[in-house]
Design a protein around this ligand. Sequence first.
Ligand SMILES: N[C@@H](Cc1c[nH]cn1)C(=O)NCC(=O)O
Length: 430
Amino acid sequence: MTDTPRRAWLVWGVGLAIYVMAVFHRTSLAVAGLAATDRFDLSASQLGSFTMLQLFVYAGMQIPVGLLVDRFGPRTVLTAGVVTISLAQAGFALATSYPEALAARVLVGLGDAMTFICVLRLVSSWFGSRQIPLVTQLTGSTGQIGSIAAAVPMTWALSELGWTTAYLISAAAGPVLLVALLLLVSDAPGARHVRGHPMSRLTLLASLRASWAQPGTRLGFWVHFATPFSAHLLVMLWGFPFLVLSEGVSETVAGALLSLIIVAVVASGPVLGWLVGNHPWHRSTVALATIAAMVAAWTAVLAWPGEAPLWLLVVLVVACGCGGPASMIGFDVGRTSNPVDRMASATGIINVGGFAAAVLAVSAVGAVLDLATPGSSTDYTDGAFRAAMSVQYVLWALGAVQIWRYRTRVRRLLGRDVVEGGSTMVVPGG
Ligand SMILES: N[C@@H](Cc1c[nH]cn1)C(=O)NCC(=O)O
């Protein structure tokens, strides 16, 4: 790290601050559910539609945004992202009806989608190949601080300052970061902009097909599919009711356990980053081991007769928290499997995996809970939660089988020396 120029850290710092802001805006509704219900006169499913629609837009935009980054460079796309998400959050502050608020959340998803891919692209241009895995991890883990900032300070601001002022103040970070971005961020050392060649629709499709044809891109996709959804499931929607209604903990303890997930994410990121940076051959093993740890912890909790003890719930949330940093292995494998001019679109493909799994898990748990609960009641029973949380096994099984398949293919085609040397790119006919 010592020979990395200070400018690289500066560029990364600005990119990271923008990503923290995006995670803040993404999750800033989590503590505002009751206030939103009052302000827009919402039903529970209308409230849920804010989060689901925002996630759908985010996931749906990953591949188009990746292509835009490869074409116009991260600085340009990040600028569009900061402007979009800040205007969207200001719009959300001023919205007075459900359709206006929904439109604002769609734009939050759009701006959010333009952030992370750009920051990873900057990391791969500004840092040396040995440092990229660690800095990538630091980006993913540190970014989650945005969701902590969206919890406690936002709860305070909503109750003390009111809806409009709280959301307008949060939107005001955007212009400040925009100035820093325009002054300090260049696409690569010595190049303010790095632009790809204009491509026709056919060439774009061919480029995406070429990325997807790489077994390393598919390995990255399935790593990102299988590792982070359990933490998303807990943090975004179902963790709080599961812990309170099924495991019998108080609301305060449930809140503390959910915050502990973020602490586990932030703390385990650098450790996993160091591990995969120094042992590229074992990246998929680390992902599989993390899946095994989550499966073991969930099985112990769900099979425990009655309510699980607190220490076991702590083990559960720490294991799920480690899934976030493990998911970043997917981006690292994608990076080493694609040429520089296709890197952002490969990142986009891989990012779809994690968010698709999160949407599937969140909605499947909701569907099973509804099926297992008579009438329209939300008094979910312990049995209903056990059945609902078990849907995760299907996603882990699918993900683990696919990771095994593609890691076997990468290893067989390239061999240990090439992978340890930092490449998982399969050259056709090579
Ligand atoms: N897997 C996450 C990042 C992460 C790292 N540690 C915990 N979470 C991810 O997909 N990030 C993309 C994004 O836009 O946040």
